[in-house]
Design a protein around this ligand. Structure first.
Ligand SMILES: [Zn+2]
Ligand SMILES: [Zn+2]
Length: 279
């Protein structure tokens, strides 16, 4: 039985390495986490994707590297006994993803559910690719938002996902000319109902601040709705460089506590999840 964590322990449930689209090794991320006072570090590289979504293997851990990925994580875990290391993946939702995710993420303890891709596998687009904003230009932000929230609700129904990462990622370019003009409240309410009805956690991500969104993911109004509906939260940095591991986690606890949250959900190395007090 694992002892409970002290309240407000620094925990980062969303981090990337150079195996996917990050920069650091597992060793470098673990070193950075310890320097930031971290107790629990969850590795969540982007899981393997169908070839058509990422033909050059730029963002994912490609299938032929899954074994080496696991081995490198285990090596870093074993050289950092003072850090509780958890193996996970950030998993894209797309039509028919469940079998792929189950196969490619076998042995993972944590699976973040993410919607970065809208549309069919062979006729869709990334919504968070700053080098290709064509979906934003073609559909406009209001239609992207409608499709995003519908897709997000379908993603909530995937039983493999433990927590839904950066729930309103569609805010990504709101300060770069692609802000929605519609009232988001009905879409937010739909998302909250989906998370609630499927028993999902959602992530409070500090990445929005680093991406120029000017808020957390989710924005405050959406986080307040999740709280009122009793949807639990995990907290993550989505750090892609070692210097961003654990970035803003303590401030995120303060923010969640102001909204009313008293605990955050933390995966533990024994396979359990713990509701850790933050206030
Ligand atoms: Zn993501
Ligand atoms: Zn991520």
């Amino acid at each position: 039985m694992t002892a409970s964590l002290p309240p407000r322990s620094i925990v980062d449930t969303h981090t990337h390495t150079l195996f996917s689209d990050g920069v650091g090794t597992f060793e470098q991320n673990a070193d950075a986490a310890l320097a930031a006072g971290c107790r629990v570090l969850v590795a969540t590289d982007h899981l393997t994707l169908p070839r058509i979504m990422d033909p050059d293997g730029e963002v994912q851990v490609i299938e032929s590297e899954l074994v080496a990925h696991r081995a490198a994580w285990e090596a870093a875990r074993d050289t950092h006994p003072d850090l509780e290391c958890i193996y996970g993946f950030e998993c894209d939702w797309y039509e028919g993803c469940e079998e792929n995710i189950a196969r490619w993420s076998a042995g993972a303890q944590v699976r973040l559910g993410s919607v970065h891709w809208l549309g069919a596998q062979d006729d869709g687009a990334w919504i968070d690719d700053s080098s290709n904003l064509s979906i934003w230009e073609e559909l406009g932000p209001d239609e992207v938002w409608r499709r995003y929230s519908d897709t997000w609700c379908r993603a909530c129904e995937c039983p493999l996902f433990d927590t839904m990462a950066h729930p309103d990622l569609a805010m990504r370019f709101a300060n770069e000319g692609f802000a929605p003009t519609i009232d988001l409240a009905p879409l937010w309410d739909q998302m909250v109902a989906c998370a609630h009805d499927t028993g999902k956690c959602v992530e409070l991500s500090t990445a929005g601040w680093r991406k120029g969104v000017g808020d957390y993911y989710p924005a405050q109004g959406l986080l307040e709705r999740f709280f009122r509906a009793g949807v639990p939260i995990t907290v993550g940095s989505d750090g892609h460089v070692p210097g961003d591991i654990c970035d803003g986690i303590a401030a995120a606890y303060d923010h969640a506590a102001r909204i009313g949250y008293r605990t955050v959900e933390v995966p533990r190395a024994d396979g359990s999840w713990e509701a850790m007090p933050i206030a």
